[in-house]
Ligand binder design. Structure first.
Ligand code: ADP
Ligand code: MG
Length: 224
């Protein structure tokens, strides 16, 4: 098996009904894959299935034995009353090597904020802190759910440039969910468009001109 994760004919749902049906998905080493789709189309559910946080209702998910995932979920519940500094946050759930923490904070551009309370960070700084923590496990697959939500276009572009640089340095594959297809396009090797099922996939150019994609998002470059 060369893919890091492979999903075959996977379905998922909750008490409210089926959310994903008959989804085939794979991600190979070193690839950057972006999942786009309307709100409620099952993007976060797909990521949670892939990391094993929820079981599929049907189908099969296979993970390569050497898979190491760094996962940043869409909503991370941290008690806001905890007096957590950025540096201490990287010690959760277990204490991390100090030199490694400093190197990673440096790499993602938040080293000057090491002693800063986590709750006082901007959206972009906070996502970089989450990213640094996810990188501590030396993942060969980084999974990011709406990491640039709330950032302005320049902030998003900088964040995706960092992701591409990290991919080049570490060789890690990246799976991300994004609403900003126009920004993420240039940073993605492959795009998967989801709407309860995979409605189209391919290179960013192929997806952008696919009728199924245009039916969902129109012909403009914005949205997704
Ligand atoms: P997206 O990330 O694309 O916005 P989600 O995967 O979060 O979509 O959700 C897809 C659908 O599944 C939504 O209708 C949502 O309400 C429902 N859903 C997601 N998680 C749960 C859950 N834990 N319990 C019940 N319904 C859920
Ligand atoms: Mg989501």
């Amino acid at each position: 098996m060369t893919s890091l994760i492979e999903a075959a004919a996977v379905s998922a749902g909750f008490a409210g009904g089926t959310v994903l049906r008959d989804v085939d998905f794979h991600i190979d080493p070193g690839e950057i894959v972006t999942v786009v789709g309307p709100n409620g189309s099952g993007k976060s559910t797909l990521l949670r299935l892939l990391v094993g946080a929820i079981p599929p209702r049907g189908g099969r998910i296979t993970r390569r034995p050497d898979l190491r995932v760094g996962y940043v979920p869409q909503r991370l519940s941290i008690d806001p009353t905890l007096p957590l500094t950025v540096s201490r946050f990287l010690d959760l759930p277990r204490p991390a090597d100090r030199a490694e923490k400093l190197a990673l904070m440096d790499r993602v551009g938040i080293r000057p904020l090491a002693a800063h309370p986590l709750t006082g960070l901007s959206g972009g700084q906070y996502q970089r802190a989450l990213l640094a923590r996810a990188l501590l496990t030396r993942p060969n697959l980084l999974i990011l759910d709406e990491a640039t939500q709330g950032m302005d276009q320049r902030g998003s572009a900088e964040f995706y440039a960092l992701i591409e640089a990290l991919r080049a340095e570490t060789g890690a594959a990246v799976l991300m969910v994004s609403h900003e297809l126009h920004v993420v396009m240039s940073a993605s090797d492959r795009v998967v468009c989801l709407n309860g099922h995979v409605c189209c996939e391919g290179t960013p150019e192929i997806v952008r001109s696919a009728p199924e994609y245009r039916a969902l998002f129109g012909t403009g470059t914005h949205g997704a």
